[in-house]
Design a protein. Structure first.
Length: 662
């Protein structure tokens, strides 16, 4: 209780910083937890972290980025992207005021996107650039896996990355090369390098072509056929999270050992028609049964124990891809995409409910139409056995301050595709789901934004999580009010009703289960303030309530402060108090971490978590970052479970990272 009072006092103290400052100084130095928080309440499904981290590390130059690249930024829709293209066609965009004068660009939107963009001119970024990153993270208390000898490798995470890019120069206007290599090792894994990925990309402007060799991803349509394994789901960026804008072949820069392609690809444009072709042969980790069949993919990327190592590179996939895209008019585009995969071992996935196969084929047709204030998009996918998947929607800008949208989806259970990643109840594989999603967003008054969504979904077939069909309704209402240029209040109310399978004993006391109705309600209030240049605070209260087949509650209090200090130091401190009845009512909170990553720990029980992150700019192009965090639980003898269990009531983590940019 004392700890809760301490956090409450910190929350109250932050309100003293409500004095207004000059609007031009509004530049929050807190990282983008708010963008991530709005995407998901479940850290286990937080795929957006990879995408946001990539945008932070590789911001889009609004004077050079294509329409598709601009629309990758959370919050930028077709209206804003077209306004940027039109403005820069007349003269370069060089100021914040210039952006704010464009149709659809509000102060709230600018605050949301400013970390994702740059305003370079035609002379910026020329020549050679080199970026080097090295990171090490260690949990200071050893877990049971190390004490028992189950984990045989060093007890720290390690990452090393080198990226080199060469931009066009006056002497060589056709030279545009990018190359990168990344190595990682998770704690407990053997050796210094457990995962290696890299790429080389060469653009040839004189033939309007790009060649890429190494590891890459392929984005097309709305993600039914092919997409990277990350994307935005249901969020407060209501109009832009529901539709995708693919960029075709892209280098794979992630440290996740998940779904990527390894080989070579070519993208070109002939007579206004875009053509992409690619080849891949990549290893895949999976569980192999006694018959030599891969029964489930293993995507965690952890290979610490003997059983985990048996799953590593258990089979391989050989893939051919092709796409052709047409732009007959500026407002219309459509395309055809096809993938052909073959496996060196039979593959059957319980989530697909299909018989073992050594090959799959999937094809799709997609299109987008933009007519004034109306935008529509759709994709239909077809697999080798005739299963059809569909996703389509429309966005209508009723006025400059009011927009509405609807999206429908129908994903069959046995849709055979390993590379799809589409919008849905939980963003991911387009499989075993039907639903309709309706949303609206409105700027009601100066500084006041309201929005919300209703998602009605059905899971028509049994799944791994629920052995019977189920359904549910998810609703959310958001209110954002800017008291001044430096203070913003966020209120989010979410309510989800679902049919939930839970274990109950039968009349004879034997283990059984039944389908019961469950309600999950979440209420969150967050106040973000910028009281002075280089100083930001964020205060948050969140309540979770579960009812129906279970009755539980959860509470989270959080206070963060970030400041630019003397000696080129930027520091962020955060303290969180949490109390939940069990794991079922757990709470999550994205927190700032070492550059390029975010933490989203699951917190349950009762305890307090605090962290301190500091970045020092040693000199131009050389940064050193360090983070220390500690979680302390009340009335427990151990934290965690299984081989990751730590004795005692406290767990500490230390991380250090060095970035060199030349």
């Amino acid at each position: 209780m004392i700890k809760a009072c301490v956090v409450a006092i910190l929350l109250a103290c932050s309100t003293r910083f409500a004095q207004a400052q000059d609007d031009s100084t509004w530049q929050s130095v807190l990282p983008l937890e708010t963008t991530l928080e709005s995407e998901t309440t479940d850290g286990e499904n937080a795929q957006t972290v990879e995408l946001v981290s990539s945008l932070l590390e590789h911001p889009i130059d609004i004077n050079r980025g294509s329409r598709e690249e601009l629309m990758q930024i959370p919050g930028i829709d077709a209206e804003v992207a077209n306004a940027i293209l039109g403005e820069r066609a007349r003269h370069p965009i060089v100021s914040r005021e210039q952006l704010l004068s464009m149709p659809g660009m509000t102060k709230r939107l600018y605050r949301s996107i400013h970390k994702f963009i740059t305003m370079g001119n035609e002379h910026d970024g020329q020549g050679l650039s080199i970026a080097l990153r090295t990171r090490a993270v260690r949990k200071l208390e050893p877990s049971r896996g190390y004490l028992d000898g189950a984990y045989g490798g060093p007890d720290y995470d390690q990452l090393n990355r080198l990226e080199i890019s060469s931009s066009p120069t006056a002497e060589n206007p056709f030279q545009q090369i990018q190359a990168g290599i990344l190595t990682t090792k998770d704690a407990g894994e053997f050796g210094l390098i457990n995962f290696l990925t890299g790429y080389v990309s060469v653009e040839l402007p004189f033939v309007r072509a790009k060649v890429l060799a190494g590891d890459y991803v392929f984005e097309s349509g709305q993600g039914l056929v092919s997409w990277r394994s990350a994307g935005f789901g249901k969020s407060t960026e209501l109009m832009t999270s529901i539709r995708k804008v693919g960029q075709g072949v892209r280098p794979y820069r992630s440290s996740s050992e998940g779904m990527f392609l390894r080989g070579a690809a070519l993208t070109t444009e002939v007579a206004g028609v875009g053509i992409s072709v690619g080849y891949s042969r990549a290893p895949m980790s999976a569980t192999i049964d006694s018959q030599g069949t891969a029964t489930s993919l293993y995507t965690s990327g952890l290979f610490r124990t003997a059983s985990e190592q048996e799953k590593r590179n258990a089979f391989s996939e050989e893939l051919l891809l092709a796409r052709i895209a047409f732009h007959p008019w500026n407002a219309v585009q459509f395309g055809f995409t096809g993938l052909r995969s073959s496996f060196d071992k039979p593959l059957t996935l319980s989530s697909m409910g299909a018989a073992p196969t050594t090959s799959t084929t999937v094809a799709g047709i997609d299109g987008q139409v933009l007519l004034g204030s109306f935008e529509s998009f759709a994709e239909v996918g077809l697999d080798r056995i005739g299963n059809r998947a569909f996703l389509g929607g429309m966005i209508v800008h009723l006025s400059s301050d009011l927009s509405a949208a609807i999206v429908a989806r129908d994903f069959p259970l046995s849709f055979e595709n390993l590379h799809g990643f589409a919008f849905g109840r939980n963003v991911g594989a387009p499989r075993n789901e039907r639903g309709v999603y309706i949303t609206f967003a409105a700027n009601v008054y100066r500084g006041l934004f309201v929005g919300g969504y209703l998602d009605r979904y059905v899971v028509p077939n049994p799944s791994v999580q629920t052995p019977v069909p189920t359904e549910g309704t998810d609703t959310k209402f958001s209110l954002v009010y800017s008291f001044s240029a430096q203070s913003e209040l966020n209120i989010h109310v979410r309510n989800e009703r679902m049919l939930h399978w839970h274990a109950v004993p039968d009349q004879f006391g034997r283990a059984a289960g039944e389908l019961g109705e469950r309600f999950q309600r979440t209420f969150r209030v967050e106040l973000d303030q910028h009281p002075a240049r280089g100083l930001s605070t964020s205060s948050r209260i969140e309540l979770t309530d579960l009812s129906g087949d279970i009755r539980e509650r959860g509470l989270l209090l959080s206070q963060a402060i970030s400041a630019r200090l003397p000696f080129r130091i930027t520091a962020t401190a955060r303290v969180m108090f949490f109390r939940t009845d069990s794991y079922e009512s757990r709470v999550y909170a994205f927190e700032s971490d070492l550059p390029g990553t975010f933490s989203n720990p699951a917190m349950f029980g009762e305890g307090i978590r605090w962290s301190l992150l500091a970045t020092v700019r040693m000199y131009r192009g050389f940064n050193c970052s360090i983070k220390f965090s500690q979680t302390t639980m009340e009335a427990v003898r151990a934290i965690g479970s299984g081989l990751d269990q730590v004795a005692g009531d406290s767990q500490r983590t230390l991380g250090i990272q060095v970035d060199i940019n030349l």
